[in-house]
Each structure stands twice: as structure tokens, then as C-alpha cells.
Design a protein around this ligand. Structure first.
Ligand code: ARG
Length: 501
């Protein structure tokens, strides 16, 4: 309590006393770091607009712009200030005087600025994550190219179900990541709209050119209603939701690598770089990176849940509660970005064990469905009838400790007679063919299925997807770089005009 920070310009004459404890509690300085560079740009674009419309004199405007241009990229925000906006204004006043810097906040508010700065940071981070996801897709493609032909037991309920291939399995992950990336690029369009000009929430009588400011800041358009512009965190909630979905997909892949690298499965070996050993059991090779990715998914779900819980039931328009969402956003972005990168790198290190895969794919009667299909196709039995017959053959195989082939040879005629009233016989070669895991794969005709003959064409399509992503990234990055250049140009010419006048 008492005279803490007497130079605090923002508290003005309205508020007399301050408390360090209360300020520390409500200040966002501790997590405004990622916003500070954007806030400087916002101040520049806004001041350029004010000078152009004649709201601020050339001299004052130039002094503000000179101050803003002179700020270092990495700023040490004073923790006794309320936030980056407060810090910046205070620093400007200390450095160029209140007669010039006192105009910085004409026609704008921290409310429109923070919504704008958040959107600027989110769009960059989305670009970064899309870039990492592109590398993940490339790693998946590499695994498909190298190991795709290997057979793989496919599971449902984690019970051996039907044979598939490494290609088919990894391509399913590729499609999942592709869907996540599509969500990110669609999200980008909704994020990249400018709230500036909304001021506190009602708009402003000060002449600001919203469209020009938006364009200098690299936005594709404006958030329309000024109240929506400052109060909505829909873009933030959508971001954490999309991250959550992406992390759920990654955690599935991570869980699978944990299982597959166990002795029980023995399908893959992970690179040493992505493993650790035990401090007591020297034989251990623990999949620590996969485990951490799996856990980070839980953290991101937590951050998203926290953000949603804060956003609910707030009255329109700005409430300081919104500020509390920011650190959750940062953590969700950080955890997701590093998880995607590490999953990409770890997958590129995976080595499949062909002998083990060939051996396991034949076990476990996973071709039973194909035997039932054969009874339908060639012997006029309904599928449910065939399911019953094969189910009984499987049960007796399990009981007698024999194979499905053995039990079919010995008992098909008798079981089928009981179920259908007809004794069915399948010749030995045909029986062997429908029960052979690798052969059944080649029988799959439905598109998107596990038949290896679909792989080559699919890989061509997957490569095209990756190229499309490169184009998207290039387009967005170029546009942001261009806007930064034109902002700098405008700032320079504003400052030059003052020197000439
Ligand atoms: N630091 C705040 C945030 O992150 C913006 C400031 C709004 N504060 C205010 N008193 N209107 O949301």
C-alpha cells in the first residue's frame, strides 16, 4: 500500500493509492513478452494514420515514431507496470516528453491493441506450426516410402483384427495431420482480421483509417463490430481447440510408438536420440520423447479447458478476465509446436523390424473375415451365417490348440451343415489362399483400403499435399514481410516529412 510507483502516468488523477501486491497480481507484464514487438508496430501504424488524417501534428508524430523505431527487438518490460501498453507509453513519455508521446494513445485503447497484438502473434505461431506439421508429413512419407510394403497386424480394441501394411497405417496418420493442417489454415483466415479502430469498444471520434492500419499490419480485413472486436476471444479459443485436436492425433501416434517399441510388440526401434535409459536397469531403452508428447497432449487439453472456462459468461465487452487467457494460449502453442517438431524428428528415426512383422501378421487368425467373405461369395451363405460358421471354427481351433486352417479342414463340412443344412467344402489351395494374410491384402478392392496396389498413387497425392502446404506458407510469409516493409516505409516517410517541414 501507499506510494508505490509515483511516476505511474496511467493511473492519472482518478486513482490515488496503489498496492504492489495488487499490481503484481493483475499485471500481464510477465506474459506480454510475445506481444511487445506487435504492440510497437500497432503504435506505429496507428500514429501514421493519425498524422495522415491531421489528428496529430507532424512534429509530435515524428517524435513518437522516432521513439518507436528506436526500441530494441527484445524489450525489458518493467514489472511494476500494468502491461506492455502501459510500459510503452510510460517509456515514451520519459524519453520524448508528454507533449509528443501524450498523443500515442489518442483514438486507441489497450483493448483493441491487445486483441490486435494477440492475433498478430497467433498468425505467426500458426504459420510456424503449419511449417512443423509439413515436416511431420514429410517424415510420415519417408516412413511410407521406406517401410510401406511391410505387412502389419491391424488392431481394433487392441486385439489382432485384420492384416494391413505399414503404408496403410502410416498414411492414416498422414491424413489425420492433413486434416489438422487444414483446420489451421482455415483458422488463419479468421484470425487475420484487425480489431484496431475499435478503441475501448465503441469506436472513436478520432479520425483513424481502419483499413489502412489493418493493411500496414498485414491483416486481410477488419473485425466489423467494434464491441465484438475487443471482446471476442473466439479466435483464441478456436486456436487452442485446433491445437487440442492436433495433439490428440500426436498422442495417438506417440502411444503407438510406445507400444510398438516394447518387447511384447517389437515392431520398431526408435532412434537413441529419442530414448533414455534407466538409472538402475541398464538394459532399458525408454521411449521418453513419445511419452512426453503423449503427456503434452494432456497439458494442451488443460490449457484449452482453462481458456474456455475463463471465457464463459463474461459480460460484453472488455473484462480483465480476458487477459488471464493469454498465458494458456502461449503454453498451448509452445507445447504443440515442440511436440510436432519432435514427432517429425523421432518418426524419421524409426526402424521397423521386417522379420518380426512378417511373423506376427500371419498369427492370430486375423484372416477369419476373409474366410467368411469366401463362404458368401463362392458358397451362397449369408454373411451372418458365414460369421457363425467361421466363429465356431475359430473357437474349436483355440480349444484344440490348432490353426484356423487346420480347424476349417477338419470341421467346415460338419459345422456348415449344422448352420446352413449344406455341407460346404473348400479345396485346400483356395482355403490356404483366403487365409494367407499377404494374399488377402491384394483382395481388397475398396478405395482407401489396405491393398498395397493403392500405395503408389496415394504417395503421389500426399507429395502434392506437402507442396500445396509449401505454397501456402510462402504466400502467408511473403504477405507479412511485405506489410512489415510498407509499415517501415510509411514510418520513414512520416519522419522525413517532418524534417523537411
Ligand atoms: N493487458 C490487458 C490484456 O492483456 C490489456 C489491457 C486492458 N486493460 C484495461 N484496463 N482495459 O488483456
Amino acid at each position: 500500500m501507499g506510494g508505490h510507483n509515483v511516476n505511474n502516468i496511467l493511473r492519472g488523477s482518478r486513482i490515488r493509492r496503489s498496492s504492489k501486491e495488487a499490481n503484481d497480481f493483475t499485471s500481464s507484464v510477465g506474459f506480454d513478452g510475445p506481444l511487445s514487438g506487435h504492440v510497437v508496430k500497432i503504435n506505429m501504424a496507428h500514429m501514421v494514420s493519425l498524422v495522415k488524417s491531421g489528428e496529430v501534428g507532424q512534429k509530435e508524430g515524428a517524435a513518437c515514431l522516432a521513439f518507436l523505431s528506436g526500441l530494441p527487438t527484445k524489450m525489458d518490460l518493467d514489472p511494476s507496470t500494468e502491461d506492455v501498453h502501459h510500459w510503452l507509453e510510460q517509456k515514451a513519455i520519459a524519453s520524448v516528453g508528454i507533449d509528443a508521446a501524450g498523443y500515442l494513445n489518442l483514438g486507441k485503447s489497450r483493448n483493441d491493441q491487445v486483441a490486435t497484438a494477440l492475433r498478430m502473434e497467433v498468425r505467426e505461431r500458426v504459420i510456424g506450426i503449419v511449417g512443423r506439421a509439413k515436416r511431420l508429413e514429410a517424415s510420415l512419407l519417408k516412413v511410407m516410402a521406406r517401410y510401406g510394403n511391410l505387412p502389419l497386424p491391424g488392431y481394433t480394441h487392441l486385439q489382432r483384427a485384420q492384416p494391413t501394411t505399414v503404408f496403410h497405417h502410416m498414411q492414416s496418420h498422414f491424413e489425420a495431420v492433413e486434416e489438422d493442417v487444414e483446420r489451421l489454415t482455415q483458422l488463419y483466415a479468421r484470425v487475420n482480421l484487425s480489431p484496431m479502430g475499435a478503441a475501448a469498444f465503441a469506436g472513436t471520434s478520432v479520425k483513424v483509417d481502419r483499413a489502412a492500419v489493418a493493411s500496414l499490419l498485414g491483416f486481410d480485413g477488419l473485425v466489423g463490430n467494434s464491441m465484438f472486436a475487443v471482446s471476442s476471444r473466439g479466435f483464441l479459443l478456436e486456436t487452442v481447440s485446433v491445437l487440442e485436436l492436433l495433439m490428440v492425433d500426436l498422442s495417438k501416434m506417440a502411444e503407438e510408438l510406445v507400444l510398438w517399441s516394447s518387447t511384447e510388440f517389437g515392431f520398431v526401434e526408435l532412434g537413441d536420440e529419442y530414448s533414455a535409459t534407466s538409472s538402475i536397469m541398464p538394459q532399458k531403452k525408454n521411449p521418453v520423447v513419445a511419452e512426453t508428447i503423449r503427456a503434452k497432449c494432456g497439458s494442451v487439453i488443460g490449457e484449452a479447458t482453462a481458456a474456455f472456462s475463463i471465457a464463459k459468461a463474461l459480460p460484453n465487452a472488455y473484462n480483465l478476465d480476458l487477459q488471464e487467457m493469454t498465458p494458456h494460449l502461449w503454453r498451448a502453442l509452445d507445447d504443440t509446436a515442440s511436440s510436432v517438431s519432435l514427432m517429425a524428428a523421432m518418426l524419421a528415426s524409426v526402424r521397423f523390424d521386417p522379420a518380426r512383422l512378417n511373423e506376427t501378421v500371419g498369427e492370430g487368425m486375423s484372416t477369419a473375415t476373409e474366410l467368411a467373405n469366401e463362404l458368401v461369395r463362392a458358397h451362397g451363405v449369408s454373411f451372418r451365417g458365414a460369421h457363425q460358421i467361421v466363429g465356431e471354427l475359430v473357437r474349436s481351433a483355440v480349444e484344440d490348440g490348432t490353426t484356423l486352417e487346420g480347424s476349417a479342414e477338419a470341421r467346415l463340412a460338419e459345422v456348415s451343415e449344422r448352420v446352413t443344412g449344406r455341407a460346404i467344402k473348400i479345396d485346400k489351395a483356395r482355403l490356404r489362399a483366403v487365409l494367407d494374410a499377404l494374399k488377402t491384402l491384394t483382395l481388397v478392392g475398396s478405395s482407401g483400403g489396405a491393398n498395397p496396389k493403392f500405395a503408389a498413387r496415394q504417395m503421389v497425392q500426399d507429395k502434392k499435399e506437402i507442396e500445396k502446404l509449401s505454397d501456402w506458407l510462402e504466400e502467408k510469409e511473403n504477405k507479412l514481410n511485405e506489410s512489415t516493409k510498407s509499415l517501415r516505409g510509411e514510418v520513414r516517410s512520416c519522419m522525413r516529412r517532418e524534417v523537411r517541414s
